[in-house]
Design a protein around this ligand. Structure first.
Ligand code: DGL
Length: 278
């Protein structure tokens, strides 16, 4: 049984609802999820950790990734977070393999399961494309799981490892992306829906839609994750009833001017990052 269902009293619940929500990614892509969370849950305070010293996660071995992710969970536990949002698909592929996490299942929302559940249930789209890092696509967590849950779906899944570093470096203009899209999107011509399974990709949603001449729908995943987080908090009576007057906290494991410029691209405004290496 989860420790959350063990009869906590009202004061404990109110106290816990004021605790922050931890959000993490390999770098800054997770800020796209944070932005949607802040829109959906305006009373909440967030602690963001971007593991910029270790990105990209998409090319790391499973053991290395497990070590990085475990350290981040410990750090966010020290920050007294009530819930953790794993805002990185690559990191989400190892969560179920981690032992002794300081959080129970009800306190973790990752970016893969809610999307898979939603797409498996819907009836509108039959031919579905999935793109993501090597780690995410190689894990089979999208294509295998979707086929298992709904055998009528046709899935085309492809690793698109160049896209995240290009976005990191600001190479997001249509003409720069065109030759890369041509190569990566071979085989996606008949898809009706694309799941962009990397939290960096919201920055290029428009460019992808334009490339397909709006003939394919790009699933806007940050909003879906924010709705899931809202639901999980509501189920546990953990939504903060009053606006938290403390500022959000932002931590990176490496800080460069490029990271700061990129953060502005995701958030639309400057924030102060503190350096914390784990
Ligand atoms: N944002 C990460 C994800 O969602 C990808 C970037 C990386 O490879 O570190 O998978």
């Amino acid at each position: 049984m989860s420790k959350l269902s063990l009869g906590l009293n009202k004061n404990t619940i109110i106290g816990r609802s004021r605790q922050p929500i931890g959000v993490f990614d390999s770098g800054l892509g997770g800020l796209s999820i944070l932005k949607a969370l802040k829109d959906k849950l305006p009373n909440e305070r967030f602690v963001y950790y971007g593991d910029t010293a270790h990105l990209p996660y998409g090319d790391k071995s499973e053991n290395t990734l497990k070590e990085y992710v475990s350290s981040i969970f410990s750090f966010l536990n020290q920050q007294d977070c009530k819930l953790i949002v794993v805002a990185c698909n690559s990191a989400a592929t190892v969560i179920h393999k981690l032992e002794n996490l300081p959080f129970v299942d009800d306190q973790i929302v990752e970016v893969i399961s809610p999307i898979v559940a939603l797409i498996a249930e819907q009836k509108k789209y039959q031919r579905i494309g999935v793109i993501g890092t090597r780690k995410t696509i190689g894990s089979g967590m999208f294509d295998q799981k979707l086929s298992q849950l709904n055998s009528s779906l046709e899935i085309v899944a492809k690793a698109t490892p160049l896209l995240a570093p290009m976005i990191e470096d600001g190479f997001v203009e249509e003409d720069v992306l065109l030759p890369i899209f041509k190569r990566y999107f071979k085989g996606f011509e008949n898809c009706e829906l694309l799941i962009p399974a990397c939290t960096h990709y919201p920055i290029i949603y428009n460019q992808i839609e334009k490339y397909f001449d709006n003939g394919l729908k790009v699933l806007h995943t940050p909003k879906i994750i924010a709705e899931k987080v809202d639901q999980v908090l509501a189920n546990q009576q953990l939504i903060n009833p009053e606006k938290n007057d403390k500022e959000d906290s932002f931590y990176l494991s490496d800080i460069t001017n490029d990271f700061l410029r990129e953060a502005k691209l995701f958030l639309g405004s400057d924030v102060n990052f503190s350096l914390v290496s784990l």
